[in-house]
Design a protein around this ligand. Sequence first.
Ligand SMILES: C[S@@+](CC[C@H](N)C(=O)[O-])C[C@H]1O[C@@H](n2cnc3c(N)ncnc32)[C@H](O)[C@@H]1O
Ligand SMILES: [Zn+2]
Ligand SMILES: [Zn+2]
Ligand SMILES: [Zn+2]
Length: 312
Amino acid sequence: MDKADHFHHCKYFVLRKKRYCKMTVKLGEDYCGEHQKVDIKISGVPEDKVRIVCPLDKKHTCYAHKLEKHLKICNARAKATQPYLSEGINCGLNGMDVDDDGLDSYRLLSTFSVADIKETILKVNKIFDTIVSNVLSEKILSNNVVEEVIAKPEHGNKAKKHLIQNSSILGLLEEYNLIKPNTCYIEFGAGRGQLSFWIAQAVNPEDTSSVLLIERASPKHKKDNKLARNSDSIKRIRADISDIVLNKLDNVDKSDNVVGVTKHLCGVATDLALRCLGNAAQNKVAGGVFTFCCHHRPTLLDKTLEFDNFTN
Ligand SMILES: C[S@@+](CC[C@H](N)C(=O)[O-])C[C@H]1O[C@@H](n2cnc3c(N)ncnc32)[C@H](O)[C@@H]1O
Ligand SMILES: [Zn+2]
Ligand SMILES: [Zn+2]
Ligand SMILES: [Zn+2]
């Protein structure tokens, strides 16, 4: 038999191109590798609108033509395969009986009486005055590396604001002696990774330190991509903070110290980050600088914050 007889063309009709797929297929098979997975039998639906159930998790769907890309980013895949993920481990629900409804239950502010809201505001103010206000002080510091950049005229107000905040956070890390050799800096909710970028600039390259960025979204223009990736010293993990087990991460394992940092992280995620650090090997946790976000996204889970094993 001639070699060509072993192959024929894929039977998938590409609607957009008004012709069959040109990929060759082994005898006995109908579709090429790409179209085998999709095998769409729906007619009349534009090819780029067809959604299929995700093979990793029946609870959601994805575009058939984007299946390959989806499988690389699907949260179900990450949870199933990564040894450093354990679903909900940092949610603080150990032993608590919270059902699915409980996790998502909330009431609109408008459904509470004005009297109840006023009473709650008074309570919060009282707690702040008696417990919080005397332990809080304002400390705005700076870091030379970032200050040099701030001094340049090209920055707009927004960029400058973030640079000033990064400079101050680095100043605080220095003030509290948290810049030290062989340290793993973990930025929780890193966004585009600006703070991590400046930490990487500020640490001594001979320190064998590393920066770990934890972020569940995949923002564009990641600043950490601009850092020289000579080794594993810069690592971004796309995951939810609630699922991260720090002790199972190589960067943490290899380091003598672990330092947590956040910038504009919401209250809920700050709780998760504190528990995540609290669940790490305590002899390694040197401390952290947590700077919260001005916006709030509280849920019922906020109230489960446990500081018991977080002492730094
Ligand atoms: C307001 S942004 C701040 C981003 C960055 N740190 C900065 O200062 O520009 C908060 C970030 O935290 C991330 N985030 C919030 N909750 C998270 C969670 N539970 N797990 C992972 N990332 C989370 C969001 O996706 C978002 O990128
Ligand atoms: Zn094909
Ligand atoms: Zn999926
Ligand atoms: Zn904010």
